[in-house]
Design a protein around this ligand. Sequence first.
Ligand code: ADP
Length: 251
Amino acid sequence: MMKQTTHIKVENLTVKYQFHTAIKDVTFEIQKGDFVGVIGENGSGKTTLIKALLGALDISSGNITFMDDLKVGYLPQHIMRAEGLFPATAEEVALMGLLEEKRFPKRFTKNDKAKVKRIFHELGIMHLLKKRIGNLSGGQQQRVMLARALISDPDVLILDEPTSALDSVIEQTFLDLLKSLNEEKETTIILITHDLATVGEYIDHVIYLNQVLEYDGPFDEFCKNTKHSPYIHLHAKSACGHEMMKKEMKQ
Ligand code: ADP
């Protein structure tokens, strides 16, 4: 059995907005190297949970504990329109990921630029280095934002997916990239998604929210649990079928 290292511990977390309780008494742990899917219907508290993890809102009660010195990278699904119009190259946008660590006045070093090149190379986007960010496609911008998040060597990467199905731009190849980071560098990945069908075969840990924590555990157990079948039927029938097929083949 592999030794596990707890990266994030959430205990009895409750977050209220004025009159509305968005999440209630939620407890779970995330281990180093987990590939987590945070799922739930619209309004179930996914964004609230992530904002709480990122320290972007006040929690009402409970505790969130991060392992000492844990570096967390955050990747919004879409860059802001204003950023898209901002006349920066992909290289410059990625370098900005280092700003937090720098003291001002700052100047990017040769090492910084070499690092950007290495990451662009690893992500297969070297050809985008000198392109204006606003001229890139959604998928290309997503990779540049991933490069920006990776430049400070995060131990945990949090990815936010827009809730509208029309906006869903996570593609298989992007998920493959995340999976290889997860496997090769043991980067912990936390992916908020409503699209369990697409991510099902990638994630190994499901956190299913519906104001309360409905489920916290492995993906295959989630599929087997009949309590979740209405959710699975709506969102992940094929993904859970895939999981079942893998099991049959192993037997
Ligand atoms: P999800 O990301 O799963 O769609 P959210 O965390 O955005 O869910 O929202 C959870 C609940 O909290 C929803 O009912 C939403 O309307 C409410 N909510 C979210 N943000 C705010 C806010 N700033 N003020 C008041 N209510 C909010």
